[in-house]
Write a protein that binds this ligand. Structure first.
Ligand code: SGN
Ligand code: CA
Length: 514
């Protein structure tokens, strides 16, 4: 009698435990990480920049309305593949070995997708990857080769490469929704990385946005004609100006149908991939622009201004398709009862210059590229319509995702869990400064190697191969036009930030710290 009572008791306890385990599993939040490539925060209307009214992003803004806009989100290294490696590993470039786009990702490392997968999550990656080695830690993956293509893109899947017909942003969205539908059956929580190619160079508009901003004139940044007075040789010697570097043909699509053909590398990967009907729709928009350009005979500042307008029309229209993609995903989550228990993250691998300093591209530690957009929603945890001024980094995603999914932290990552900040708290022991390092030199766009420290107001940059320094006070000089490194009245702050840089280099065990 006694024995059977105990057996019954044990069975009841076991049943309760397994029920709790299932419940815990079901309560675990899903994560959708929406990642774009080179999306400047200036091009998101939630950030209320000069472009907000003319080129709104209503769907990306929905994430901010339902959740939090981070105003001080930064990256470890403002270039595609290294940023992605930092997101996956929670480590700075020198620690995960991925310093430049030329490196191959060591997929045997600890990454957050692997840890989540081991903790019972369904994991998927769809879109741009750019890390050369095959993805690890994902139950499902479909990736673009390298930079990928906008029109009729190829996708690498395990053991095969498939060419799809259509526009890359729409295809990535469709694939994402298919996977979400398929994985419903698993009953597992999921972590999905939807990684757009857009709005990366060469900013090829989608068929639905071809004439979207054609009659809009966008405001220029104040420093479109920056002469780099007071800056070091790095700002002067770069190769990323709208004036000299931006190409009329490949970047601004002024192809000459009679002479440009399959011989041209850029033609092949852009216009050359389109089918006849895609080309017809494209030509209907760009042929008149080419004729207008040929008749204008522009030079000097007028030419730069004209190129800037073309650049903005293309770039912002490419973003409209990304915004629509985000809208489709948000609608899907709502329609499927997934909004409540899903953390949605929208961010980019880095920022981008939209004519500031006369530039496009990224790489420098100046705000437009060092900073990245970051918006998150998670009802019940993140207060709706909030914003954060905390110094956060792309280093923090990995630990944040481990934290909210109760996945054991290996203790080797270098970021911080954003959970308290997401809840609207201001943790006292939050980081006071960020470490930055850029390594890809010599290389495309010729930006010299540098590292530096930023405390939310003062920024110290060291171009260590030429031993040149820059120092900015973002409070009085938000556009970083005045390098005050040698100003006598600021020397105490320069010294303080030099010590801070040393401290950060020690904390992160930066080898060969300069
Ligand atoms: C290509 C682009 C560059 C860009 C790099 C890296 N040139 O080389 O403008 O900086 O990619 O971009 S292009 O002629 O090929 O468009 S990244 O986002 O992958 O880091
Ligand atoms: Ca990028």
């Amino acid at each position: 009698m006694k024995n059977s009572f105990f057996i019954l008791l044990i069975l009841l306890i076991a049943a309760a435990c397994s029920f709790n385990e299932e419940k815990k599993q079901a309560d675990k939040p899903n994560i959708i990480f929406i990642f774009s490539d080179d999306h400047a925060f200036q091009a998101i209307s939630a950030y209320q920049s000069r472009l907000a009214e003319l080129a709104p992003t209503p769907n990306i803004d929905r994430i901010a309305k339902n959740g939090m806009r981070f105003d001080r989100a930064y990256v470890t290294n403002s270039i595609c593949a290294p940023s992605r490696a930092s997101v996956l590993t929670g480590l700075h470039s020198h620690s995960n070995g991925h310093r430049t786009n030329n490196d191959t990702f060591d997929g045997s490392q600890t990454t957050f997708p692997k840890l989540l997968q081991a903790n019972g999550y369904s994991t998927a990656l769809i879109g741009k990857w750019h890390l050369k080695s095959e993805p690890t830690g994902f139950d499902h993956w479909e990736i673009l080769p390298g930079q990928g293509h906008y029109y009729n893109p190829d996708f690498i899947v395990p053991g095969d490469t498939i060419r799809e017909t259509g526009y890359v942003t729409e295809i990535i969205t469709d694939k994402t929704i298919s996977w979400l539908n398929e994985q419903k059956e698993s009953g597992k929580p999921f972590m999905l990385m939807m990684q757009h190619k857009a709005p990366h160079r060469e900013w090829e508009k989608g068929p639905k946005q071809l004439s979207l901003y054609e009659d809009v004139t966008f405001p220029e940044p104040d420093n479109l004609f920056d002469e780099y007075t007071s800056r070091t040789s790095a700002a002067k010697d770069q190769d990323m100006t709208i004036e000299k570097t931006m190409q009329l043909k490949s970047d601004l699509k002024l192809w000459d149908h009679a002479t440009d053909s399959t011989e041209n590398r850029s033609w092949k990967r852009t216009y050359g991939r389109m089918n006849a009907s895609q080309r017809a729709a494209w030509d209907a928009v760009y042929d008149p622009i080419k004729r207008e350009f040929d008749s204008l005979n522009l030079s000097g500042k007028d030419l730069v201004k004209w190129k800037y307008q073309r650049y903005m029309r293309d770039y912002l229209a490419v973003i409209r398709a990304v915004d629509e993609s985000v809208g489709e995903i948000l609608d899907y989550l709502e329609a499927n009862g997934l909004s409540e228990n899903t953390l949605i993250v929208y961010t980019s691998d880095q920022g981008f210059y939209l004519g500031e300093h006369g530039w496009f591209d990224k790489r420098f530690m100046y705000e437009e590229s060092f900073r990245t957009p970051l918006l998150m929603s998670w009802p019940g945890v993140i207060p709706a319509g909030s914003n954060s001024q905390a110094l956060v980094s792309n280093l923090d995603f990995a630990q944040t995702f481990l934290d909210i999914t109760q996945t054991p932290d290996p203790g080797t990552m270098q970021g911080l869990s954003l959970l308290p900040v997401m809840k609207g708290e201001s943790p006292e022991n939050w980081r006071k400064s960020l470490y930055y390092a850029y390594y890809e030199y010599p290389g495309v766009h010729s930006v010299k190697k540098h590292d530096g420290a930023f405390d939310g107001r003062y920024k110290l940059i060291h171009f260590y191969e030429t031993d040149e320094w820059e120092f900015y006070d973002l409070l009085s000089d938000p556009n970083e036009m005045n390098n005050i490194y040698s100003s006598p009245e600021i020397q105490n702050q320069v010294e303080r930030m030099k010590n801070e840089l040393k401290r950060l280099q020690e904390e992160y065990a930066v080898e060969n710290a300069q």
